[in-house]
Design a protein around this ligand. Structure first.
Ligand code: SF4
Length: 425
């Protein structure tokens, strides 16, 4: 969502007449789009603000603002701590930025736009010309209140966008040359449940599947408690829906899942994985896992490792629990010592990396259809793209083929990427 929000910010700044620069010293306006999910992300912003303060001292007319979850989480206290800030804008208000910047320029006062969650439904459609793959929000906020998470407080409860609006935007994307849409939301599998039977997630996938020139449909993030049979069937019913699902498990212990208020058990999750692997050929499954949640014992952690071994996720995004005020977990007893949580995280990463690498080994010598997404930022003359099941593939080729689907034979692998050679048509 933050990646998409940054595009919305950028689009409006272009409309205000600003141009992007990589040189902070040359900038007349600096906006930090922020995340409050973990304390570590916030610390990085605080340290960046220290650097920006010096720039502002040298250049008084520089406008500096904070957008995103930190604005909503810390509210006006940010003005106290960073007196040079000109504005703070919460995620649901970023679509007003164009006016906010005008207001600051005219009145030369500090402004704060917070709360007002309904406002986020007024979408700014960022320019996607030349983009092969585009993110598209289908809903905002989340009503799940997992006991460790600040999202429902900062982005509000789940609000689905109208199906018609989404379809209109996908058609525009298709006309602009986009070949893949990634439907985003905190819990896309909830989509439509607040729209009085007007739309369901499977309807939405069906409609997008019929749009010409869109070759692939992806979605992120799904929630195990809302992943219905109806949605699972979409993978086989609609050929453009890619065989990949990001399905956060968070812990391998039922006790911890219950304390997290996740709303499913390990058995439910195992059954979903079994169904997905039975119904969807070659599906890849990725996940999020948290360690060091309050009351997590060594036994609970072992249960997580056992589950990871059993399911063999293609990738896992692993995190150490980060206490966040306002959440239920913040007040829980038996907080896990940081040193222990760090050790568990390292053990989990090492364990999962081996599994990811082993999973990738099976692609060796296979021929994959890859959507060419662009040039590799690391290696010159090298392109990157993705298989339908979300494996990143690096290969040599000319940038003329960006946006095309090509056949690639896989000749190498590591835990994150596959390496290949393009097959001539
Ligand atoms: S599902 Fe839970 S973890 Fe995910 S955004 Fe909602 S409250 Fe947060």
């Amino acid at each position: 969502m933050n990646f998409y929000d940054s595009q919305v910010i950028l689009e409006q700044m272009k409309r205000c007449g600003y141009k992007e620069t990589n040189d902070e010293r040359a900038a007349n306006l600096i906006i930090l789009n922020t995340c409050s999910i973990r304390a570590h992300a916030e610390e990085r912003v605080f340290s960046k603000l220290g650097e920006i303060k010096k720039l502002k001292q040298e250049k008084k007319e520089l406008i500096v603002g904070i957008c995103g979850c930190m604005a909503q989480y810390h509210r006006r206290a940010l003005f106290e701590r960073f007196k040079f800030l000109d504005f703070i804008v919460s995620p649901s208000n970023i679509n007003r930025l164009q006016n906010i910047i005008e207001e600051i320029k005219e009145d030369k006062t500090k402004v704060a736009y917070l709360g007002n969650f309904k406002n986020s439904l007024k979408n700014i459609n960022p320019d996607k010309k030349g983009k092969v793959s585009a993110y598209l929000p289908i809903m905002f906020g989340c009503s799940n209140f997992c006991s460790y998470c600040v999202v429902p407080f900062l982005r509000g409860k789940s609000r689905s966008r109208k199906l018609k609006e989404i379809i209109k935007e996908v058609k525009e994307l298709s006309n602009q040359g986009c070949r893949e849409v990634v439907l985003v939301g905190q819990n896309v599998t909830f989509y439509g449940k607040d729209l009085n039977n007007e739309a369901t997630f499977s309807n939405l996938l069906k409609e997008i599947n019929s749009i010409e020139n869109i070759k692939r449909i992806r979605f992120i993030t799904s929630h195990p408690k809302d992943l219905s049979e109806d949605i699972i069937n979409c993978f086989s019913k609609f050929p453009k829906v890619c065989p990949h699902i990001h399905l956060p498990i968070q812990s391998g212990s039922d006790k911890i899942l219950s304390l997290m208020n996740r709303g499913y058990t390990i058995k439910t999750y195992q059954d979903l994985v079994e169904k997905l692997r039975k119904e969807v050929k070659n599906i890849s499954i990725t996940t999020d896992i948290m360690v060091g949640f309050p009351d997590e014992t060594q036994e609970d952690f072992k249960d997580t490792l056992n589950l990871v071994e059993e399911i063999k996720f293609d990738q896992a995004f692993t995190f150490k629990y980060s206490p966040r005020k306002d959440t239920l977990a913040f007040k829980m007893k038996n907080q896990v010592e940081d040193k222990i949580a760090k050790e568990r995280l390292q053990a989990l990463i090492t364990f999962q990396n081996k599994i990811s690498k082993k999973n990738n080994e099976k692609y060796l010598s296979s021929i994959q259809e890859v959507l060419v997404e662009g040039e590799s930022s690391k290696y010159e003359d090298r392109l990157y793209g993705r298989t339908d099941n979300f494996k990143t593939v690096l290969f040599d080729g000319s940038k003329d083929i960006v946006g095309r689907l090509v056949k690639v034979v896989i000749v190498g692998y590591n835990m994150r990427t596959l390496k290949g050679n393009i097959l001539n048509d």
